[in-house]
Design a binder for this molecule. Structure first.
Ligand code: ZN
Length: 274
């Protein structure tokens, strides 16, 4: 399989967390990356049209806004608060011309996964009128089962694709992140089904470190771990995915270092391992 071109690769702003978004846009473009995925914290205190303009002027494609979701709730007040925040996420996405909001769906250890999943489906359905009005896609991101207690009750690709199909809107699909899904013995088959059903909206890459020293903030650079990233990219492309490959790495260790050197390492690893 051929290596990717950097123009086919986007970087999540969280990957270079110490940089303000203005620096991230400038450096990603200068390094030759094709796109950017914007985390909401990077937009704090910014005018959305100004961010949108800077991204466009730099020649980058905005792939997605991260993130909405957290649909699980213990009472009506929590539900309403979460819904209002998700409406804002959709508006922010539209404001920077991001075609999609990625959803980390939520879970709560005091309730069953089945109850959480019902709340997730209902929460997504409630967002559909606003998503349709602003033409913003909603991508369910299944998370690794280690997060099933309090981050997401959607933990494999089959569950995510089924839910998107049950909701039945062309605006609802799935974000495939190798970090969360690489362990699944049915992954190749499920990626094919997700693509066939028109639900394969996004593809996120990083690697799995051994040992993983922190459940959230110790992701590896592509090639540093045990995930067969290029093989999975092949499955995703075979399933018809034509979008950018998004590098999304939370790493306390890397955030402490020089971010220009880190971005250069990401470019190199993208060419060698994606
Ligand atoms: Zn992801």
């Amino acid at each position: 399989m051929e290596a990717v071109d950097l123009s086919q690769v986007a970087v999540h702003t969280i990957t270079t967390k110490p940089w303000p978004i203005e620096t991230a846009i400038e450096r990603y473009a200068r390094a030759g990356f094709g796109g950017i995925t914007v985390w909401r914290d990077a937009l704090e205190g910014r005018e959305l049209p100004a961010v949108r303009r800077q991204i466009t002027d730099a020649g980058l494609q905005t792939v997605a806004l991260v993130r909405g979701g957290f649909f699980c709730h213990r009472n009506e007040e929590e539900r309403a608060k979460g819904h209002a925040d998700n409406l804002r996420a959709i508006e922010e996405a539209a404001g920077i011309d991001a075609p999609m909001v990625v959803l980390v769906c939520g879970a709560h250890p005091a309730q069953t996964l089945a109850v959480s999943r019902a709340q997730i489906r209902e929460g997504i359905e409630r967002l559909l009128p606003e998503a349709e009005r602003l033409n913003v896609q909603l991508a369910i991101e299944p998370l690794h089962p280690m997060y099933a207690d309090d981050r997401s009750a959607i933990n494999d690709l089959a569950t995510a694709t089924d839910m998107a199909n049950q909701i039945g809107s062309p605006l609802v699909g799935v974000a495939v992140d190798v970090y969360h899904l690489w362990w699944d013995p049915n992954l190749e088959r499920e990626i094919a089904r997700c693509g066939k059903d028109g639900r394969l909206f996004a593809f996120h890459v990083c690697d799995w470190r051994t040992p993983t020293r922190h459940m959230l903030l110790d992701r590896g650079l592509m090639g540093e771990g045990c995930i067969p990233i290029r093989e999975i990219r092949g499955w995703v492309e075979k399933a018809g995915f034509k979008g950018l490959h998004e590098v999304e790495i939370f790493s306390e260790e890397r955030w402490k270092g020089d971010q220009d050197a880190w971005l250069a390492a990401i470019a190199d690893a993208s060419l060698k391992h994606v």
